[in-house]
Design a protein. Structure first.
Length: 155
């Protein structure tokens, strides 16, 4: 499935670039941030297999987890500590599904990513064969949001 990738995210969408970027971020992090980034890294790797290696979502759905995110949310973790500034209004995001993220806080993007992953975890086991859900599109939307998060924290 071909997806439209804004110029601001093209470098991260290249094979392996996002994984290298998130690994680098993970290595620089400590404590709770490191746990969350590690979970995001796993999510990205599994969803990349679905999107680029033709691995069925059914084969990886049970490997996706949101446990660190839920733990940190329950403990009142400030997700804006991952990057204190707001997301830049990248010109190449204009006219895309990501343009609304410019000017928003890191926490909002993290919550959105995890809401989408959690939705997969809840719905896919029950309605995975239903074509109206366009699982490939959903997987790619999560990947693009993770790429945007990586672009944001590296800027």
């Amino acid at each position: 499935m071909e997806i439209s990738i804004p110029t601001a995210l093209k470098g991260l969408s290249a094979s392996g670039s996002a994984a290298k970027s998130i690994t680098s971020w993970w290595k620089k992090s400590k404590g709770d941030s490191r746990s969350l980034i590690g979970e995001l890294k796993d999510i990205l790797l599994y969803l990349d297999m679905v999107a680029t290696d033709d691995v069925p979502l059914a084969d990886v759905i049970d490997k996706l987890t949101v446990s660190e995110y839920k733990r940190l949310s329950k403990e009142g973790f400030n997700f804006n500590n991952l990057k204190k500034s707001k997301i830049a209004k990248y010109a190449s995001l204009q006219g895309t599904d990501l343009m609304k993220w410019g000017g928003k806080e890191t926490e909002e993007l993290i919550i959105s990513i995890y809401d989408k992953v959690n939705e997969l975890l809840i719905k896919f086991p029950h309605v995975g064969r239903n074509k109206k859900y366009r699982w490939g599109v959903r997987v790619n939307n999560i990947r693009k949001r993770i790429w945007l998060l990586l672009k944001h924290v590296n800027s």
